[in-house]
Design a protein. Structure first.
Length: 232
């Protein structure tokens, strides 16, 4: 949403927008909040800090609802001492998307190198019409991850199951280093594209990669080079 501001005077006018009060639907117990316990704002503004004389400027307002329900924001537009402040109220309605996932995290647990691991992904459709869905393999997992089928239709008021296949390999620890957590755990975001839905559906694929070999180690003896880690 764009907010257009006109300056009918010859002097440059300072411009500042501040949120006085914001309301949004109540959070569920398992919804995430900021570190200080407060939720991030759903209405944000971006634009210039001044308006030139005899000119018009535009401030962009972004509405990003976190959950379904009504939200409202009372904000102040201040012009320094050149003009009285203005207060404006904006309302927004967040609605639930038609297509959603049964699980937001698909955890394959421990996966040994060179093993093939499968898991089902269930998509649900809460609307009265069918929707096309397409699952996209992240670039870092090309050649190791497969969705069967990768495209399909979720019928109205129904569900659609996709089989996920991951071929674990030691190379993934290097290729997916940007998504690597402690103890060789990979957490990669995956996208389910829904052409008729504004917001795509996403989930996190989690797997802890490990060697299939049994590793034995004895206390190191500086005089015995054979006391290193051995695999069986």
């Amino acid at each position: 949403l764009a907010l257009t501001i006109h300056n009918g005077g010859a002097l440059e006018c300072p411009l500042a927008i501040s949120v006085l009060h914001e309301t949004q639907p109540e959070a569920a117990d398992d919804d995430e909040a900021d570190d200080d316990g407060e939720e991030a704002p759903v209405f944000t503004f971006s634009g210039p800090s001044t308006v030139a004389g005899y000119s018009t400027t535009t401030v962009m307002m972004r509405y990003a609802p976190r959950r379904a329900g009504d939200a409202a924001c009372l904000y102040r537009v201040a012009f320094g001492n050149l003009s009285p402040d203005e207060e404006v109220t904006v309302h927004g309605l967040g609605v639930e998307v038609p297509i959603y996932l049964e699980r937001e995290v698909v955890d394959l647990q421990t996966c040994a190198f060179d093993g093939l691991y499968r898991e089902d992904i269930v998509l649900h459709n809460r609307s009265k019409v069918s929707h096309k869905v397409q699952l996209r393999v992240p670039r870092a997992l090309q050649g190791n991850l497969e969705f069967v089928p990768s495209m399909g239709y979720v019928q109205a008021r129904s569900s659609f199951t996709v089989s996920l296949k991951l071929r674990a390999s030691e190379e993934l620890l290097t290729r997916c280093s940007a998504h690597r957590k402690d103890d060789d755990v990979l957490e990669l975001p995956c996208i389910v594209g829904v052409p008729e839905q504004v917001l795509p559906v996403s989930f996190v694929l989690r797997a802890q990669l490990t060697t299939p070999k049994l590793l034995l180690q004895r206390p190191k003896d500086p005089n015995d080079p054979s006391s290193d880690l051995k695999s069986v």
